[in-house]
Structures are given as C-alpha cells and as structure tokens.
Design a binder for this molecule. Structure first.
Ligand SMILES: [Zn+2]
Length: 379
C-alpha cells in the first residue's frame, strides 16, 4: 500500500500569508495571519503541494475570509480563477485536486505583486511613453516603483497621479491601475491626446513591504499607511510622496486618484464606488467624474454614481480619520488640484458581475478613458 499523502502548505513566497492549525485526514483547519493588523481583517494566500488526486476540505477558523465566489486558485501563482462556490458563508471550501496537480495556490483574491508589474513593464520596455524610476526605498530596503507615463518628452499641459496599495492586500485595485496604463499606451485617439498633453505618475505599491510580505496592511499598527499624511510620516513612501508630489506638480496636477478595495462580502462592498471627499469643491468634481465614468465603463464592470459614499455618510466621516489624514485629504489641498478621490474596487463581485484579472483590467482601461474625457472637459 502506498504511503498516505500529507499535504504541505506554505506561505514562504511573495504575498504568502497563512497559519495552519491542524491537518486531520483530508480536513485542514487554518486561518489568516493578521500580524500587526488592529482588529480583524481577511487577507490570506498559500501554496499547497502533495495533494494531487485528493479532495481536501479547508476550514477557516477566524471569520468569513472568502468572497461570495469562494477563494481564487491558481496553478502558477499568476493566472487566477474564482472557485465560484460560496460554502459555509465564506468560512470553508472544498477542492478536488487533479491527479496531475503539482503546486496549487489559493487566496481570498488574485494577488498582484511586483512580478506582475515587471511582467507588464517588460512587455512595454520599448515604449517611449513609459519610464520606470524609484520613488524611495521601503523600510525593509525594497525599491518602491514610481512610473512616469504619457507626455514625457516636453512640458505637459496637465499632470495626473494614480496610487494604489496604501492597504497592501487590496490587490484587485492593481489590475485596474494596470488597465489605465494599458489604455494610455493604446491606439485610441483619446489615449493619443493624453500622451501629447498629460504626464501621469503611477505609484503602484505605496506599502511595498506589505504587498511582498503578504500583510493585510489595513489598520496596521502603529499607523495605517493611509492615515500617515499628517504630522510626521512614519513610512518612507508617504514621506516621499508628501515632499515630492507638490514639487513635481508645479500646479499642473489636476487629478489624483487612490485605488482601493472595500470589505470582502455584502451588498455595500460588492460594488465599485467613489469615496466622497470632505471638501465640497472636490466632491463636486467627483460627481462630475462619476457621470463620465459611468458612461465610459458601460460594457465593462458596472459602476454608478449612485454607489458612491458621500462624506458624512456611513463610515466616511471624521471618526474614520482620527488616526491621521488620508492621501485624499492631503491631495485635495495641493495647489491647483481639481479631483482628489479614492475609488473602491470590489474584490470578487461588482453589482453582480465577476471581478477577475481580465474584467478589472478592462475596467481600468475604461477608467483611463474616463480620466481623458474628464480632463478634456475641465481644461
Ligand atoms: Zn484601502
């Protein structure tokens, strides 16, 4: 008789995060490693081998950490699919491993790491409209990317800043950001207008260490990256953004967008929405942009201004920012700025539609178009 197979679960790779409690027969109990997160959050990602040909039940012991489409899985860590089954209200799933399965990756989302960005940049390394630089070094010594794109060979008319991953785990937002980059390099006429008139700066991983080390990053102790924009910044990325962006802007920065993902489950969070600014003049611009985004995103993931959360509604109130100022509150005061907002991109389901690598990237392309139309209308 063949020796009984014992599955091996690992998290020692970029983005990895899991704690295994026990393995009994074909049932594995496990939970997310919340590390320095204040309170509960739901990020996890692991790799399993030695499970080929078996059926394994995974039971999570700390809350609903699966989307309403279940986990995402991948055979190479790059191409991901949702299991598309919601079992036990987001606390368990069952997977039958093909007889030929080697390593299989599972996560609550579809991880987007430095290597995903490199893959995109390698494909576009000859483009004169894209230039990679380093914003700063992270606390753990990683290079934090800063990408310039669009109008680079002369003074632009306008500047645009897009940032993501203030919260390390919010990876679906990164596919949207890559979509904007793709749009900018595309053959569309409006993209050509952007390349002639608009300089973009992209900071894809504000919490670079958190992304690579597999942290949630949300509500991090002692300070959340997105509450580090007042007083003395403790993170080098935020400190550099605060020092460098106003100088780079030269009062030409008109549009600053921070991409996020909301909570994992529930009707409020299974949407794409803007978070309303505390500044009424910026909120007006968000409303204007919302109408354009709705029109431009038709045929991709659904977005409607009706999903937006104005300031003073729900969690979007001064109470939520007690820990310090957010990127958007800070950016909304940069001289000359029109739009300074954040866009929340649901992890798995947006108003009923499936959010995945492809649809999130396509939505990003439409977002790029919406930014172009907004700027053309505003200048
Ligand atoms: Zn966030």
């Amino acid at each position: 008789m063949a020796a009984k197979k014992v599955p091996v679960i690992e998290a020692n790779f970029p983005g990895g995060n899991i704690l295994v409690e026990d393995i009994r027969g074909n049932t594995i109990r496990l939970r997310q490693d919340t590390r320095d997160t204040e309170g509960w959050w739901f990020y996890w990602c692991f790799r399993i081998r030695n499970a080929a040909g078996t059926t394994v039940h995974f039971k999570f012991t700390n809350g609903a950490v699966l989307s309403s489409r279940g986990p995402a899985f991948s055979y190479d860590g790059l191409a991901w699919s949702w299991l598309n089954r919601d079992e036990a209200r987001g606390t368990a799933f069952t997977f039958s491993f093909p007889a030929t399965a080697g390593e299989v990756y599972f996560s609550m989302g579809m991880p987007y790491l430095e290597r995903n960005l490199k893959f995109f940049l390698d494909k576009n390394r000859k483009s004169p409209f894209l230039r990679l630089e380093t914003l700063c070094l992270s606390r753990h010594g990683r290079k934090v990317e800063c990408l310039y794109a669009g109008c680079l060979d002369r003074q632009p008319q306008v500047r645009v800043l897009l940032v993501a991953r203030h919260h390390a785990c919010e990876m679906m937002a990164s596919y949207v950001m890559e979509g904007v980059m793709r749009y900018l390099l595309s053959r569309s006429e409006l993209a050509g207008w952007l390349r002639e008139n608009v300089e973009f700066m992209f900071i894809p991983f504000v919490d670079k260490d958190g992304v690579e080390e597999g942290d949630s990053g949300k509500n991090r102790r002692p300070r959340d990256h997105n509450r580090d924009y007042s007083g003395q910044s403790i993170y080098p990325e935020v400190k550099t953004i605060r020092e460098f962006v106003p100088e780079w802007s030269g009062e030409k920065l008109k549009f600053a967008l921070d991409l996020h993902c909301p909570m994992l489950r529930g009707p409020r969070d299974e949407k794409i929405f803007q978070v309303g600014s505390r500044y009424p003049r910026v909120w007006q611009e968000q409303r204007k942009f919302g109408l354009i985004l709705k029109k431009c995103s038709a045929g991709s993931l659904p977005y409607s201004p009706a999903f937006d959360i104005p300031f003073w509604v729900g969690w979007n109130s001064p109470q939520n920012y007690r820990g310090g100022e957010s990127f958007c509150a800070w950016a909304g005061r940069i001289p000359g700025i029109l739009y300074a907002g954040s866009l929340e991109v649901a992890y798995a389901t947006a108003d009923g539609a499936e959010v995945n690598q492809k649809t999130a990237t396509l939505f990003g392309q439409r977002l790029g178009r919406a930014i172009a139309e907004y700027l053309k209308n505003s200048l």
